[in-house]
Design a protein around this ligand. Structure first.
Ligand code: MG
Length: 434
């Protein structure tokens, strides 16, 4: 190579590099929200799923979010359609925090299950858009992965001890290290069968719930599961708010020797001050907050170190933005997250939790949720659980899409009794908190 060629070579490389640098630092064109629509679907099952799709001024750039609320589904759809969407049109989708704050204050009366789900749908869709815009999964924008995958706890249940033990063994064989074990359905172990016990004249003759029966029966069941399976399974149990006051304290005291991974919602959200009493007498770890919809339900429990895991559903507290804020608070106080997944929950909400879980140092565990084949076709790219670990698709944004044609093929099934959550009652006919 002569001197002239050598200089030419030097000149070419820096120019190309400079061009690449210029392209990398040019920034992105301004973006606006052009339109948005509500998509509802049963996804070929009994689901009442609600999604929001936000379209931007850039062709093909849109985001999807979950407004999952099985029990107030129509109210959420109307709130999205009539109140949120008109507020969103023309806004800058990059300003997620500002849109969350103004979207939150826009209703004047705020928080609660309907408002939060509406905000959640917007928030998740905006993070989805931002991730696609950046060409990165949302967790990269939250700081990147701090773990290789998201461990989940499995659901095991049996109507007797042998069945419960077998169910936990099955979960372990499927790769789960954490298993929640129940005596049948929620409240199981605490039911007095139909026709038994002295009843009020003209009252219910059906199955009724009894707190003291629950405390004794479930504690005995868990003792036997632990005795049969040894220390390996990280056992959880969900009381589903079925206990009050000292019965909740006594239940946790009974479980003290079993080294539970956690006991969930021994008390209803209206009775959270009792957690201080549980702390004084035992170290049974407390997972709390599946039905929380206001920060001041969880903030004092976390800052007081009165609980060990916070159990909120991401959609129920308003989306990824408040979930990452909650995880940050947990991090400072040594409390962990265990975001909730119910059987009626959807893959978009699951992926929102995944992106926070995998990027958060305060993560503890994630509740599992699997979806049938038809639902996975409606939402291509949804998460997968393999051997007890949840994986995302790795694609930019939330990592999953919605097939609107398929979604429309599966409308909601007719709703019975207003779509209410089924409630248990005591022997005298009073309602039990779920
Ligand atoms: Mg629960």
């Amino acid at each position: 190579m002569n001197r002239r060629d050598l200089l030419k070579g030097f000149a070419v490389v820096p120019a190309a590099a400079a061009q690449q640098y210029e392209a990398r630092t040019r920034g992105l064109a301004p973006l606006t929200i052009k339109s948005a629509k509500v998509i509802t679907t049963s996804a070929g099952g009994n689901y009442r799923w609600i999604f929001l799709k936000i379209m931007t001024s850039e062709d093909g750039l849109y985001g999807i979010g979950s407004a999952n609320n099985n029990y107030q589904a129509y109210a959420v759809v109307e709130a999205l359609d009539k109140h949120l969407i008109p507020f969103l049109i023309g806004k800058n989708p990059d300003q997620i925090e500002d849109l969350w704050q103004s979207g939150h204050l826009r209703t004047y009366w705020r928080n609660g299950p309907v408002n939060n789900c509406v905000l959640s749908a917007m928030d998740m869709a905006l993070w989805d858009i931002k991730g696609k815009r950046a060409g990165m999964p949302v967790y990269e924008l939250l700081g990147g992965k701090v773990r290789d995958a998201v461990p989940c706890y499995d659901h095991a249940a049996g109507n007797d001890v042998e069945a419960a033990v077998a169910a936990v063994q099955k979960s372990m064989a499927n790769g789960y290290r954490h298993v929640r074990v129940q005596f049948g359905a929620y409240g199981g172990g605490g039911f007095i069968p139909a026709g038994q016990a002295s009843r009020p004249e003209g009252g219910s003759t059906g199955r009724v719930f009894d707190e003291e029966v629950y405390v004794d029966t479930v504690a005995r069941m868990l003792e036997q599961v632990r005795a049969k399976l040894g220390p390996e399974p990280k056992l959880c149990h969900d009381v589903h708010s079925h206990l009050t006051g000292m019965n909740a304290v006594e239940f946790c005291r009974r479980l003290q020797p079993l080294q539970m991974y956690f006991v969930e919602d021994v008390l209803a959200p209206e009775q959270i001050d009792w957690y201080a009493h549980i702390r004084r007498i035992c170290t049974t770890p407390q997972a709390v907050g599946e039905v929380f919809t206001h920060p001041y339900e969880y903030v004092p429990l976390i800052t007081g170190r009165l609980i060990d895991f916070v159990r909120c559903r991401v959609a129920a507290i308003g989306g990824i933005t408040p979930a990452k804020r909650l995880a940050g608070l947990c991090d400072y106080f040594g409390v962990k997250t265990a975001f909730q997944e119910g059987g009626e929950n959807d893959p978009v909400n699951q992926m929102a939790a995944y992106h926070v879980d995998i990027s958060s140092p305060a993560f503890g565990i994630q509740e599992e949720n699997g979806f049938p084949a038809a639902a996975r076709e409606v939402l291509p790219g949804c998460g997968e659980i393999r051997k007890g670990y949840l994986y995302g698709s790795g694609r930019p944004g939330l990592g999953l899409d919605i097939n609107e044609t398929l979604a429309a093929k599966y409308p909601w099934k007719p709703v019975q009794r207003g779509g209410m959550y089924g409630l248990d009652r005591t022997v005298d006919g009073a309602v039990v908190r779920p």
